[in-house]
Design a protein. Structure first.
Lengths: 103, 166
């Protein structure tokens, strides 16, 4: 197994764990944690392809990862703000109980 | 494939796994921090120092703290009596396992096509700065705008509504 394949496998495993967390947990914050794990797995792929790609001096993959980290920070802030707003509205973060679209 | 990589991979996957399986939400946030730290060390192992330190600053320094704040503000640490997993947990687990199987199959079957240049690239922070100010200046400005908009949006969304009973 080449080093790149090892990193890709770790990223795939982390992505699957994040997806499982996002799909199976009841708490909205845990769903956001799963989404963060999936984003991080994608970042690991980008950096690994940058490192073992033919032109690492162009910095393309690493720039992608850095911008992706910045976008993930914005996503986390807005997502957690939405969770807090929903909690104030319906007094729960249990996604199985939040089943109305009417306010 | 050296020993350090395997140790870091085990730490990262273990952190991620505990972050989505533990019952107490605060413990989940702490396990998530372990996973983020493992990923930052994996970035350092890949000679991407800048991305690794950005990962530590942004994820461990900001996102993990935000998650803990959200848990405390929503009293999410109380474990619900009917369990922490949704009633459709089995199909979710099945979908995640299928996704992992497809990804792993694709990775293991394409090893011949994957590039394997192993000479470590020498990237200085100065080069990254020049690239950010030169070739990537437009994305940088857009990210700055996005972060401002996201900050304002998060404050507006989480702000107390007028006339709401406390």
């Amino acid at each position: 197994m080449t080093p790149l394949a090892g990193y890709l496998l770790v990223a795939a495993l982390l992505f699957a764990i994040g997806l499982a967390g996002a799909l199976t947990r009841r708490n909205a914050i845990l769903v956001l944690i799963g989404i963060e794990l999936m984003l991080n797995a994608a970042n690991l792929n980008l950096v690994a392809f940058w490192r073992y790609g033919p032109h690492p001096e162009l910095l393309t993959g690493m720039m992608f990862a850095i911008f992706s980290i910045a976008v993930a920070a914005a996503e986390a802030a807005v997502g957690l703000g939405l969770v807090i707003a929903i909690y104030r509205h319906v007094r729960t973060t249990d996604l199985d109980e939040i089943n109305r679209m009417k306010g | 494939m050296n020993v350090v990589f395997w140790i870091l991979a085990v730490i990262t996957v273990f952190g991620g796994l505990t972050a989505v399986t533990l019952k107490n939400t605060v413990h989940c946030a702490l396990a998530l921090t372990v996973a983020f730290a493992g990923l930052a060390l994996l970035f350092l192992q890949l000679d991407a120092q800048f991305a690794g330190f950005a990962q530590i600053l942004v994820y461990i320094g900001a996102v993990a703290i935000l998650v803990v704040f959200a848990i405390l503000l929503t009293r999410g640490s109380e474990t619900p009596s009917e369990g922490v997993f949704s009633h459709t947990w089995f199909s979710g687990l099945l979908i995640a396992a299928a996704v992992f199987a497809v990804l792993a199959w694709a990775v293991l079957n394409s090893t011949a096509a994957l590039p394997h240049v192993s000479s470590a690239p020498t990237v200085s922070v100065q080069q990254i700065g020049s690239a950010l100010m030169g070739r990537y200046v437009l994305p940088l400005e857009i990210v700055a705008l996005l972060l401002t908009a996201a900050m304002l949006g998060a404050v507006m969304v989480a702000l107390h509504e007028k006339g709401e009973q406390k």
